[in-house]
Every structure is written in C-alpha cells, then in structure tokens.
Design a protein. Structure first.
Length: 290
C-alpha cells in the first residue's frame, strides 16, 4: 500500500503519454511501440546531458577525495545497469572510448537503434554531452557511436569472458538492485583488466521519496521488508557493499555523497538499530571507486 501511494503520487507528475504507456504495459500489452513510448516518455529522457553531468559531478566528488579520474581515451568500458538508453554511452564514447558494453537485463538494442530514439534522445544526448568531456574534437556521429556500442541483455554472471578485457567499469544506481552482489562483482572482475578503473554510484535510499529517503526502509527487518515490498533493492549498507568489493578482489574506497541524518525515522526496527550506527544508516548515496 505504501509503495502504491508513492507510485500514485509520482504518476501525478508524469506526462499523459507516459501514464498511458504504463497502463498498457500493466494490462499486458507489451509491444515494442508501448515499450518505446514508456522509455521516451520518461521526463529523464528529455534531459539529454543528464547522464553526462551526473558523471562529471560524481567524478569531481571522488577526485576531491583523492581518486584519479578515469581516462576514457582508447578505453574499453563496461557499464553495469545501463538501462534501455545505454546509460553513460553518450558520454564515454565522445570522451574517446574505443568500445562500450552496456550490461542490463532491461537493455533493448532494437529500441536504442529505432529512429525515434535516435532523433529524440541519442543525437541530442551526444551533442549536449560532448562538450562535457575532455576531448576538444569529440565525435558525435551517430554511426560512429553505434560502431562502438554493444548492449548485453543479461546479468554480469552470464558474460563468460572478454578478450581483450575491459579497462573501466561504471554504474549509476545499479548495484543496490543486485542480489548476490559479491558473486556479481567476482564475475565483473573476470572481464576486467588487472589495472581497470571503476566508479559506481550506489543509492541506499528507498528510491521513492527524496524528501524522506529512508521512509519505510528501516521500519522492518530485511526478510519482512522483502516480503512486503519485493526484492527490488538488496538492502546492503555502505560497509557491506565495500566489503563485497574487497571480497571480490578489488582495492576499493567508499566516498559518501549525500548523508541525511535529519531524515532518519525515529521508529527504527531493532534489527537495524542493533546492527548499524546512525551514521551508516544516514548515507543516502555514496561512490565506490577503484
């Protein structure tokens, strides 16, 4: 019921076309046209430089903490959880990447190459994002873009090998959705070069309400939370995510981005209160860098 109320609240700000597409999908009509209308109707798809600006902002935050930014020039880049619009591809390709692989069960190569996607999102994204890179002569040609971009519609554990390996791995608000994160990170390690660089933004909030990011998150123990709300997030906290990277063989560092002690609810379930400090529970977003 809580999740439904949040979804109805969000629906009040959605364009009518997006609402219609979601209703059709819920009714079982899941054609390519409905999927396309849903993806391109999302307001985030109308902000062409959004992903590039996010990456630039996160890089600056990590650099301030002593991390050296990834040089994408000539690099083979793997993005975990790229989504249907190829995530950071419109940034890393103009930044000089030699190849990009987006890994996501929800990836959709046909949608990405559709003329409406190219016209409404990809071309504007390439043109808006290229100036954010360090490449003065960034290539925004759409055919050059597609020659470097591949989408894999599966999980990390389904990628058997990569020859040559990848030089960088990135993700934005993806790792918190992976159950069995340590195993997924071990699979990631098998396709990365020994010197590969990484930057991952992890969202530890409820994903539904930025004003109250921990509402209905810490009021139940994890088993009950998953039973009531589903397993959409793994409920791992910052130290546990960092430990998963370490166990997978990565020399990783965690950099808090948004910490909200003021947003912690007063009625913490004992399961959370007895296991974590308020400081750890208050982390809404953080970067994991390698």
């Amino acid at each position: 019921m809580h999740k439904l109320r949040a979804q109805l609240k969000a629906a009040g700000t959605m364009p009518l076309g997006l609402i219609a597409a979601k209703l059709l999908r819920r009714a079982g009509i899941r054609t390519a046209a409905v999927r396309r209308a849903e993806v391109l109707g999302n307001p985030q798809a109308h902000i062409p430089d959004r992903m590039g600006r996010l990456y630039v902002d996160f890089t600056a935050r990590a650099e301030a903490a002593g991390w050296q930014p990834i040089d994408f020039a000539g690099a083979r880049v793997l993005e975990v959880g790229c989504g249907p619009l190829a995530g950071l591809a419109p940034y890393v390709v103009p930044a000089g990447a030699a190849a990009y692989l987006g890994v996501d069960p929800g990836a959709d190569p046909r949608l990405l190459r559709h003329r409406k996607t190219i016209r409404r999102y990809l071309k504007p994204a390439l043109n808006a994002t290229a100036p954010l890179t360090s490449q003065p002569d960034a290539d925004t040609d759409i055919e050059a873009f597609f020659s470097k971009v591949t989408l894999f519609t599966g999980g990390l554990g389904e990628i058997e090998s990569s020859d040559p390996p990848f030089d960088a791995a990135v993700s934005i608000s993806c790792l918190e959705h992976i159950n069995g994160l340590e195993a997924a990170l071990r699979a990631l390690g098998r396709v990365l070069s020994p010197t590969a660089r990484q930057l991952h933004l992890v969202n530890f909030s409820n994903h539904l309400d930025k004003a109250a990011p921990f509402k209905h998150l810490y009021d139940l123990a994890p088993k009950e939370h998953h039973r009531r709300y589903g397993r959409h997030i793994n409920l791992m906290r910052p130290d546990e995510v960092l430990a998963a990277f370490t166990a997978a063989g990565f020399d990783a560092k965690l950099v808090p981005v948004d910490v909200r002690p003021d947003a912690l609810p007063a009625d913490l379930d004992p399961w959370w209160r007895d296991r974590y400090s308020p400081e750890e529970l208050a982390v809404r977003t953080a970067l994991v860098v390698c």
